[in-house]
Design a protein around this ligand. Structure first.
Ligand SMILES: Nc1nc2c(c(=O)[nH]1)N[C@H]1C(S)=C(S)[C@@H](COP(=O)(O)OP(=O)(O)OC[C@H]3O[C@@H](n4cnc5c(N)ncnc54)[C@H](O)[C@@H]3O)O[C@H]1N2
Ligand code: MOO
Length: 405
């Protein structure tokens, strides 16, 4: 049997970061920036008001009070999106809206709430501080300033910033496109009735969601019957939109394990037993004219989930340009005793509770049994306890490695 490390290393050696592409801003969301981005202009691009109110000269309103309001002539009305062509003379002001450019001579903005909102004269009842409610050109971002570093995975605020500096396209490493298909003649799509001996195809949904959580663009193909021609035709049809293909089922030793049968014949996919539990039967290789990586995961739902976590997710992250591809592993006190198969690394689904104080360290509680079909308890887990190959018994209260999901 191969070790988990050997199998993972073999995979990571054969997948490469995807080539950079210039994408529309929203298509680049979630992708990694290839280049550092600098602002070509100032933000804000001009001095503007942060309040709806009146642009004033300070001397004119220095004596304003509730009791003795100052009366000013309103010589201009400046909505956002216009450019004022007035300069404030003594005794005058301009009505101005939030975001509108301040006219020449403006020393502060008086919010409309401090006035009688009058036109064409206004009564000002309070004195603003110098510069109050004026947002200055470049006080957010200065022209030439680096706003985003290369290697940033673009989140929503960063997409907003790129739009604010005028970028509508940006060069990124695209998110990998993953095609997920499950195999098995016993499978029925959710929403359809079951007949005797059938079960629902949960893997294709679970892995599509998992691929999305890993930042990929995932396409779910439903289930393909255990028929060699149907399988190869479906895979070939899907290659057009795939940077990676993931299948589940049909890789063990059964008489109808078509994935293994069909892909072994092609000679580009290796099938191995990996020393882990669950997830022992694994296949990885390439397929099609572009040598598209293909993962063939076992069909048992927990095995498929763990295999995705341990092998597929790191590969997807590497393709997206991420360098740290491993999940965070922490140490925690195990709240239950259990046994582990000798010579295999066991991944035990569990619930993790972070440390609350030095007296209450982090703990982890295994959930459900060990069966690879137990998706009910898998859904309760937020972590996997990782039990080394040479450990056959985990005692309650011992400290274990926990991979946080
Ligand atoms: N004689 C042997 N039998 C098995 C071995 C072995 O070494 N020798 N290995 C066992 C292990 S370990 C695993 S894991 C499974 C892997 O099986 P396959 O990958 O061939 O998957 P199937 O046989 O197609 O299905 C296994 C199991 O999972 C259910 N399944 C399959 N696909 C889905 C899906 N999309 N959604 C929900 N459930 C699914 C399927 O109905 C089976 O119950 O083999 C063991 N057997
Ligand atoms: O190794 Mo299989 O993946 O139980 O359950």
């Amino acid at each position: 049997m191969k070790s988990v490390e050997e199998h993972l290393t073999g995979i990571l050696e054969r997948v490469a970061p995807l080539s950079p592409l210039e994408l529309q801003l929203l298509d680049a969301h979630g992708s990694m920036l290839v280049d550092e981005v600098a602002a070509t202009g100032d933000l804000p691009p001009f001095d503007n008001s942060s309040m709806d109110g009146y642009a004033v000269r300070l001397a004119d309103v220095a004596d304003a009070s509730e009791r003795y309001p100052v009366v000013l002539d309103v010589v201009a009305d400046i909505p956002a999106g216009t450019s004022p062509d007035v300069a404030l003379e003594p005794g005058t002001c301009a009505r101005i809206m939030t975001g509108a450019p301040v006219p020449e001579g403006t020393e502060a903005i008086v919010p409309v709430e401090w006035t009688d909102a009058g036109m064409p004269t206004v009564r000002v009842r309070r004195t603003p501080d110098e510069g109050q409610y004026i947002r200055h050109r470049g006080d957010d971002v200065a022209a030439g300033q680096t706003v985003l570093d290369a290697g940033t995975t673009l989140n929503s605020a960063q997409v907003g910033l790129l739009a604010a500096i005028g970028r509508d396209r940006i060069r990124v490493r695209p998110r990998p496109r993953v095609v997920i298909l499950s195999t098995g003649s016993e499978l029925v799509q959710p929403g359809r009735p079951l007949t005797a001996g059938q079960i629902r195809d949960s893997n294709s949904y679970m892995l599509t969601a998992a691929a999305r959580e890993a930042g990929a663009i995932a396409y779910r193909v439903g289930n393909v019957a255990d028929d060699p021609k149907a399988l190869i035709d479906t895979i070939e049809d899907q290659l057009i939109r795939a940077d990676v293909v993931v299948t589940t089922g049909g890789v063990s030793a059964g008489a109808y394990d078509v994935v293994k049968e069909v892909l072994t014949e092609l000679g580009t996919v290796d099938f191995d037993k990996v020393a882990m539990q669950p997830g022992m039967p694994q296949g990885f290789g390439t397929i099609g004219p572009d040598d598209t990586p293909i993962f063939t995961l076992p069909g048992n739902p927990v095995s498929a989930f763990v295999s995705f976590e341990v092998f597929v997710r790191p590969a997807l992250l590497k393709m997206a340009g991420v360098t740290e591809t491993a999940r965070t592993v922490v140490r925690a006190r195990c709240e239950a005793a259990f046994t582990s198969p000798e010579g295999k690394r066991q991944f035990v689904r569990a619930k993790y509770t972070p440390a609350e104080s030095p007296a209450a360290p982090a703990t982890v509680e295994p959930v459900g049994g060990h069966g690879s079909h137990l998706i009910g308890s898998l859904a309760l887990a937020d972590a996997l306890v990782v039990v080394p190959e040479d450990v056959t018994e985990v005692r309650r209260g011992s400290t274990v490695d926990v991979m946080l999901l």
